[in-house]
Design a protein around this ligand. Structure first.
Ligand code: SPD
Length: 352
């Protein structure tokens, strides 16, 4: 078989955009891994496309799907390696920082210890709000990165959705002027309010559904925003677009996570165009900066239904890149747009 028919068949069956490079990434992942979640992680492509590519290859007799994994047949491996010139990709990421370029252990040890103790008591992730929080190490690294870039100390910081508990790290170690969290989940609102009162932090928490506009008093009022939105374009506009509308103007900065597990490079392109149109410049994109703790509700998700082998992931497989943007001009963002929550899911999404 050649590459083009695979691309065409996967495109036809999924209805999703892809190209030969997409399939190449899946093939290289299959050369190096057998566990479905590891294959998705290594391919850095959306779950429906990885699952469908595996199905097409299975139909062509290129691999075996077994209860304990997915295995390329020897003849297929030979074709891929010798005729197509594909090898598994080498991994030269820094072992100490897992490729983030940040060592959160250089933060004050007392702050780290308190953060770890607080996060150990956090509410569990639930499917209702597409929750799935990042590892505490990832939260500390996200905070450390923003702190290091001058976007925390003495700043007015807005956090749009905080199941990652980045407000806790900021208040413990970042000396912000003020932190405001908007969060839909009552459990998290109460959790954060408890710690804000107990520790006398400059933190206020508002229960708010981000499909709805921010209060008018939030517009043009913050130096920095942080968020980790669901991955449809509508959700991106609801979270990041509202964050942009809340920034004061030139020099203000925004941080968000964007994954490849539920967002193709075609969607990344739309996201980046939106940011540029808003007067933002992308100063940083750090691949796979955030690793997510596997969520208890995995067997209820579309990703599970698509998985050719039904075994739960036993280590993080869902990652997202860290984006930092800085405004060069005032952004309009999303001031009064109301979004239908159903548009927070799309055909590339799979973890709800
Ligand atoms: N639904 C499971 C977890 C999804 C977590 N959201 C990640 C968003 C990245 N921007």
């Amino acid at each position: 078989m050649r590459m083009e028919p695979i691309v065409e068949r996967v495109a036809e069956r999924t209805g999703l955009p892809l190209n030969a490079r997409t399939v190449e990434r899946v093939l290289r992942a299959l050369l190096g891994h057998h566990d479905f979640w590891e294959i998705v992680d290594a391919a850095d492509e959306v779950v429906p496309i990885v699952a469908e590519t595996i199905r097409v290859l299975d139909e062509q007799g290129w691999l075996r799907v077994e209860p304990h994994g997915i295995f390329l047949r020897e003849s297929a491996r030979e074709t891929l390696e010798q005729e197509w010139g594909l090898r598994p990709l080498p991994d030269f990421r820094c072992l100490a920082c897992e490729g983030r370029g940040i060592d959160p252990l250089r933060l004050p040890s007392e702050g780290i210890e308190t953060f770890m103790a607080i996060q150990a008591e956090r509410p569990r992730a639930i499917i209702d709000y597409d929750q799935g929080y990042i590892t505490p190490e990832s939260t500390l690294a996200r905070f450390a990165f923003a702190f290091m870039r001058g976007d925390i100390q003495g700043r007015r910081v807005l956090i749009l959705g905080d199941d990652d508990l980045v407000s806790v790290a900021i208040c413990l170690m970042g000396a912000p002027q003020e932190v405001v969290v908007v969060e839909i989940d009552r459990r998290l609102v109460e959790f954060l309010e408890y710690w804000a009162n107990h520790m006398r932090w400059p933190l206020t928490v508002h229960q708010l559904d981000l499909s709805q506009p921010l209060p008018v008093s939030f517009l043009r009022a913050f130096d920095t925003f942080l968020t980790d939105p669901p991955e449809s374009i509508a959700a991106f506009r609801a979270f990041v677009g509202r964050g942009l509308a809340a920034l004061r103007g030139p020099g203000s900065a925004g941080y968000f996570g964007l994954t490849r597990r539920e967002a193709s490079l075609f969607k990344w392109h739309q996201v980046q165009r939106y940011l540029i149109e808003q007067g933002a410049v992308l100063t940083d994109v750090i691949q796979n900066f955030h690793a997510y703790v596997n969520w208890d509700y995995a067997p209820k998700t579309r990703a599970w239904r698509l998985a050719p082998v039904k075994s739960l992931p036993d280590k993080p497989w869902y990652r997202s890149s860290l984006y930092r943007v800085e405004l060069l001009t005032e952004a309009v963002g999303e001031v009064d747009t109301v979004f239908d929550v159903h548009t927070f899911n799309d055909a590339e999404a799979s973890t709800t």
